[in-house]
Design a protein around this ligand. Structure first.
Ligand code: SAM
Length: 221
């Protein structure tokens, strides 16, 4: 198996199951034109997030790591009337591009892009007395994964789902001496393993974004 084969299969899957979408394509084009890195989720992964949010009837979604708003749009489209999504981004340029993309997609009324380091904006959100988040998608700086997961747990309820992206890192996750991102993932797994309030697994994935994976956790207590 090779990257070219994974990419070909992802493109095939998208051609059958992820119909062309003007707003999402414009989001990627505008993000690229603005010089943002192409580290958004793949189209079939975005649709997975959308389906998951709909499957659990998510009304309140929290995203950590906005970039140009690609995954944000997939998730926000899953919201029912009156639903809300808050997404956290510390790079002003990324946040600005995301706001424009979200507005173009017709979702500005239900998406709130919060500018700032997530470790600072998460406690602010906790002070706001909002309803618990039904779904949290963590996809920002990987060394902070354990902190973000701990906040997600505080802001969730029994039955909420927490997804953490990029937890396999080309297989490097098995290296105890791995880089800071690997250390963040390994500490996250240690935290989850010791946490009685969640039940979780991790799934390895291949595709046009390479070899990686995600953690999926259910809040049970
Ligand atoms: N979820 C996006 C998608 O799939 O379309 C991709 C997010 S990208 C992998 C990670 C984003 O997190 C970047 O835009 C980066 O600027 C942002 N980020 C990194 N560190 C952050 C921090 N400490 N607080 C908030 N955002 C951060």
């Amino acid at each position: 198996m090779s990257q070219s084969q994974w990419t070909a299969v992802d493109n095939y899957i998208a051609s059958r199951l992820v119909p062309p979408d003007a707003a999402l394509e414009a989001t990627l084009e505008a993000s690229d034109a603005a010089g943002l890195p192409a580290i958004n989720v793949a189209p079939n992964q975005g649709k997975f997030l959308n389906l998951l949010a709909r499957m659990i009837g998510a009304r309140n979604i929290l995203e950590v790591g906005t970039l140009g708003g690609y995954s944000t749009i997939w998730l926000a489209r899953a919201l029912p009337a009156g639903g809300r999504l808050i997404t956290l981004e510390y790079d002003p340029k990324h946040a600005q591009v995301a706001r424009e993309n979200i507005a173009r997609a017709g979702l500005a009324d239900r998406v709130d892009v919060r500018l700032g380091k997530a470790i600072d904006t998460l406690p602010e959100i906790a002070q706001e007395g909002l309803p618990p988040f039904d779904l949290v998608f963590i996809d920002a700086d990987k060394p902070s994964n354990p902190d973000y997961f701990a906040w997600a747990l505080k802001l969730a309820r029994i039955g909420s789902v927490i997804i953490v992206d990029n937890v396999v890192r080309g297989g490097a996750v098995v290296d105890p001496q791995g880089d800071a991102a690997v250390q963040g993932v390994r500490r996250l797994n240690d935290l989850i393993a010791a946490e009685t309030r969640v039940d979780a697994t991790a799934i390895q994935t291949v595709g046009l974004k390479g070899y990686d994976g995600f953690v999926i956790a259910l809040v049970v207590g």
